[in-house]
Design a protein around this ligand. Structure first.
Ligand SMILES: Cc1cc2nc3c(=O)[nH]c(=O)nc-3n(C[C@H](O)[C@H](O)[C@H](O)COP(=O)(O)O)c2cc1C
Length: 253
């Protein structure tokens, strides 16, 4: 019940794209890899016509639900490539319209099992690493000069850097980067970049970073707003600047 109200709250939050994200609940033994015995799932659905902002919204919205679930003592597992979309669609029934809808990913929710199969334990161990902060956060748009996270004006974002560093991503691809623009000792904005040309999992991962950045800042009492970065049609340069977080009040000082 608490999780459903979290879903309600986050899908009603203004999105970057033109339409809200839909998160549909399924209770079934779905065909997914490698979630063993998962029986409850949230499925993220956006309009069928591709809009990158909506894919980012999936990451941002679902990650906020995932964080609420974690606070409630629930375990979660994002499932992208591991989900069989035909079985998802079968269980969604008339909540999925193939003419209008597109499934982006799903997320298993439940109580963590004490039994973890060996291959899952090995996979988890292999993915339990992250790029250094100096490989993820920069002060310039060329992504060359790393942020000194311990020095002002960046230090005030505290462990928000780590919250992004440890964000989940498909196959642990870690495709998001951020540039902290500052002027006269004040952070003016944080630009989130996708480091690969992937049309789905890089924007989802970037949305997850945005959620973690916002939640980290919220916890520190730093207010800000996110907005998508406008692009000329056909602009394909990589790394790709997708979203900006702009501090409000005195967050950047
Ligand atoms: C969009 C997305 C899709 C994912 N798809 C799968 C999947 O299909 N199967 C799976 O076991 N894990 C999946 N993951 C989880 C990642 O493999 C995991 O986050 C990454 O390996 C890092 O591991 P950690 O989050 O446990 O540190 C996905 C994560 C994201 C964000």
């Amino acid at each position: 019940m608490a999780l459903l109200s979290s879903v309600q709250r986050h899908v009603e939050t203004p999105t970057l794209g033109p339409t809200p994200v839909r998160l549909e609940y399924i209770r079934a033994q779905l065909t997914v890899w490698p979630v063993v015995n998962g029986t409850e799932f949230l499925v993220a659905i956006v309009p069928r016509s591709y809009d990158r902002r909506s894919v980012i919204d999936v990451g941002r919205t679902l990650q906020k639900v995932v964080m609420d679930a974690t606070r409630l003592g629930l375990a979660t597992c994002w499932i992208g490539p591991g989900a069989d979309h035909e079985s998802l669609k079968r269980h969604l029934g008339d909540r999925f319209d193939p003419e209008r809808d597109q499934i982006i990913c799903t997320c298993a929710v439940g109580y963590r099992s004490r039994y973890v199969p060996l291959f899952v334990r090995l996979f988890n161990r292999m993915s339990f690493h992250r790029r250094l902060l100096s490989e993820l956060f920069f002060t310039d748009a060329e992504l060359c000069v790393p942020v000194d996270v311990a020095a002002p004006p960046y230090a005030r974002f505290g462990r928000t850097f780590e919250a992004c560093q440890w964000a989940p991503s498909s196959y642990n691809g870690q495709t998001t980067r951020a540039v902290l623009r500052s002027d006269a000792g004040v952070v003016q904005g944080v630009d989130f970049y996708a480091a690969t040309s992937s049309r789905y999992y890089a924007p989802v991962a970037l949305g997850i970073w945005c959620a973690n950045w916002e939640l980290g800042c919220e916890a520190l009492g730093l207010e800000g707003l996110v907005a998508s970065h406008p692009k000329p049609v056909g602009e394909l340069a990589i790394p790709r600047h997708d979203v900006t977080w702009v501090p409000t009040l005195a967050a950047g000082a």
